[in-house]
Design a protein around this ligand. Structure first.
Ligand SMILES: Nc1ncnc2c1ncn2[C@@H]1O[C@H](COP(=O)(O)OP(=O)(O)OP(=O)(O)O)[C@@H](O)[C@H]1O
Ligand SMILES: [Mg+2]
Length: 269
């Protein structure tokens, strides 16, 4: 088991050149959070609460202003193959076909072409795109692109998958299908997942833990264990899970919490 951990992490973005003196606002304040491999942690919070910033810190794209981020005790000082990122706008390379997009992280690591292609084809099978490997990115639908993005993230066998609203741009039906798919792929990968969403349903259906972030500055407002994803993986349908009284209670509870946090921050502003 490996742990990705935030220890008293705070973040301020640097002031822009030529900006007036004084500190920029605190974006994240004293974040303490651990994600273990095999866990699916979903971060939810209103727009601007610092979710993407949190993910960029975990990815090593940004240094924290205070505190420390570590993987099994070793401080994160930049991006690494142990932490793969899936962005909201798939961020694929348009000049490469689906297979070469997936194989790209392996190419960077000097993996021979034949091995790369075999692994990419395996991953195309995993994400249900067996016959789409030679298609250009522009020829794929939004859902297919997201699956290529997820396959590319899986190519380096990461310990942690960091997903920033990966399904946000999809229509409701495709999104529901992709949630099931993501849960399935994750459970087979044994990786730890950190996923950001605005959707309370998505959080409850995918998470083993839901973390709520308050805004201005972003602070952890709640950290809740959930078991609905385990029920889905055990064969329950989404409709069955959503119909349970516990699901409704948790949905109402999270909705109330997010609203009350928003009202608090607006009142303080
Ligand atoms: N590169 C940057 N430079 C300066 N400020 C930034 C930068 N990126 C984000 N911010 C600020 O940090 C705060 C948090 O932004 P962040 O993108 O992390 O929020 P978020 O929770 O992901 O929002 P959303 O749900 O809209 O994606 C915002 O006030 C934003 O303006
Ligand atoms: Mg964001």
């Amino acid at each position: 088991m490996t742990t990705l951990s935030f220890h008293d992490v705070s973040l301020r973005y640097p002031a822009r050149k030529g900006a007036s003196e004084g500190q920029t606002p605190l974006v994240l304040d004293q974040i303490n959070l651990s994600i273990e491999t095999g866990e699916f942690v979903v971060v939810i919070g209103r727009s601007g609460s610092g979710k993407t910033s949190l993910l960029n810190l975990a990815a090593g794209f940004l240094p924290p202003s205070g505190g420390r981020i570590a993987v099994d005790g070793t401080t994160v000082s930049g991006p690494g193959a142990d932490r793969a990122v899936v962005f909201q706008d798939d961020a694929l390379y348009p000049w490469l076909d689906a297979r070469d997009n997936i194989a790209f992280p392996l190419k960077l690591r000097g993996v021979p072409e034949a091995v790369r292609h075999t692994r990419a084809q395996e991953l195309l099978d995993v994400v249900g795109l067996t016959d789409a490997g030679r298609r250009r990115i522009s020829e794929l639908s939004g859902g297919m692109r997201q699956r290529v993005g997820i396959a590319r993230a899986l190519a380096s066998d990461p310990l942690f998958l960091l997903l920033d609203e990966p399904l946000g741009a999809l229509d409701a039906m495709t999104r529901t299908r992709m949630q099931g798919f993501l849960l399935d792929v994750w459970s087979k990968s044994r990786a730890g997942a950190l996923l950001i969403t605005h959707s309370i349903d998505e959080a409850l259906l995918l998470a083993s833990r839901v973390v709520v972030l308050s805004a201005n500055p972003g602070r952890l407002a709640a950290d809740i264990q959930t078991g609905f994803a385990a029920e889905l993986l055990g064969g329950a349908s989404v409709a069955q899970v959503k119909a349970s009284p516990l699901y409704k209670r948790m949905h109402d509870g999270l909705t109330g919490l997010i609203h009350s946090i928003s009202e608090d921050t607006e009142a303080a502003a």
